[in-house]
Write a protein that binds this ligand. Structure first.
Ligand code: GLU
Length: 422
């Protein structure tokens, strides 16, 4: 079983979507289930509605999951596991106050030493624990030896006991901490491989240690993805800007990766994707590259489908939109080009006179299949000849003085002339 474990604390960013995609793809390759776990136990950080938004985005990107688990609903299991660890003397109650621990942290900083908990409460006699009325946290006793993680991307990474420390698994209010909840949940869901951002690398030995301490023998595999620099874009924003889900997925799979072709869909990627090919170093997000990929997806799209993105259901308009890919890369940009064609035109003064005569002629013109016949007719009937002719026609038909070849534009617009020249 693989999982995507977003925190519903803000907008889904491209890095999160990449993580979801990779988990989904590998689950398909391995023929294992894929689930979503909403990591919502830090209640004060949750933003209402973000869980639903994340799930809706996953569906939009075709990332199907077999189950959604809310971490907050697992708290009774987290408590039961903490109790087992206390019972097995692998976890202990810690009465050190926040202020005290902060003081120790400051001291370590002043002495230029890495802070680690001094295990002051680790061996308190049971009577002292029972007599102590102060609030307490639960800590998991630190490991005795280094923990080695065999990361599918980073290779072998070793963590000394100090890097794990006797860390807190239950806060004073007895809510589970992130690492504890995450480790237990991965165990409960029988997760085989965790693919996640490199930012979580330092959490991994802690989570591994939780499960080992609980006597869980199965080793969860890990693959930590290099971070994406410049990950300032939310998925929602990219969609609003007119990037296609297929193009966004294509680009995110390509970042810092070797792919057999430039343009592909997620189904293709399931055939050849390999975590081993992901680069170990950070990748940079480039909106320019995404624009190029988006353009190619738009070019390959069925013309009627493309026309829907710009407010029509007509293959001719879809083909026209493709002509505009010369100067536009997103559906939003294409929409504004097509809208300008059907909108009332603002024609610069130097062309108004010619345009007025031309418009009148066009309104009375019969239907012409070919642009050349159309042009000849307008020229003959209006007696317009001068060099402003083609500029004015361009303005009348498209709302802009330049742009794609007008004969090509006419080819796709000829059935709409009456609506365009009003
Ligand atoms: N909830 C964490 C996050 O959104 C992910 C934790 C994990 O994948 O293990 O960054």
């Amino acid at each position: 079983m693989l999982r995507f474990a977003p925190s519903p604390t803000g907008d889904m960013h491209i890095g999160d979507l990449r993580t979801a995609l990779f988990n989904y793809i590998v689950s398909k390759q391995r023929n294992e289930d894929f689930i979503v776990r909403i990591e919502d136990i830090e209640k004060e950080k949750n933003v209402e509605g973000k869980d639903e938004e994340i799930l809706a985005l996953l569906s939009l990107f075709g990332i199907e999951y077999s189950q959604v688990i809310y971490q907050s609903e697992n708290v009774r299991f987290h408590s039961a596991m903490a109790l087992q660890l206390i019972h097995d003397k692998k976890a202990f109650s810690c009465f050190c106050s926040h202020e005290w621990l902060e003081k120790k942290r400051e001291e370590a900083k002043e002495n230029k030493k890495a802070y680690s908990y001094d295990d002051a409460c680790r061996n308190l006699p049971d009577e002292l624990v029972l007599d102590n009325m102060n609030p307490f946290t639960i800590r998991l006793s630190r490991p005795d030896k280094a923990i080695v993680i065999n990361d599918l991307i980073k290779g072998e990474v070793s963590f000394e006991p100090d890097a794990v420390d006797s860390f807190i698994i239950m806060d004073q209010d007895k809510t589970p901490t992130y690492n504890f909840a995450c480790a237990v949940d991965d165990m409960l869901s029988d997760i085989s491989l965790v693919i996640r951002s490199q930012e979580h690398m330092s959490d991994t030995p802690k989570q591994d240690h939780v499960r080992t301490s609980l006597g869980y023998e199965k080793k969860v595999e890990y693959a930590h993805l290099p971070i994406i620099l410049n990950d300032t874009f939310s998925v929602k924003w990219l969609l609003e800007e007119g990037f296609l889900p297929a193009a966004i997925s294509n680009y995110l799979i390509s970042i810092a990766n070797e792919t057999p072709q430039e343009i592909f869909d997620v189904k293709d990627a399931i055939e050849w994707f390999s975590l081993e090919k992901i680069s170990k170093s950070p990748a940079r997000f480039s909106i320019e590259l995404l624009r190029e990929i988006n353009k190619k997806h738009l070019k390959n799209m069925d013309a009627t489908e493309l026309s829907r993105y710009v407010g029509f259901a007509d293959a001719n308009i879809g083909e026209l939109a493709k002509v505009y890919l010369e100067e536009a890369s997103t559906t939003k940009e294409l929409k504004s080009k097509i809208e300008a064609i059907f909108a009332a035109k603002e024609i610069p003064e130097e062309f108004t006179e010619v345009a007025q005569i031309m418009a009148k002629t066009i309104k009375n013109a019969p239907y012409f299949q070919e642009y050349d016949d159309f042009k000849k007719y307008i020229m003959k009937e209006s007696t317009l000849k001068d060099e402003n002719f083609s500029k004015a026609l361009h303005f009348l038909l498209t709302g802009a003085g330049n742009g794609p070849d007008i004969a090509l534009v006419y080819k796709y617009l000829k059935n709409y002339i009456r609506e365009i020249i009003k």
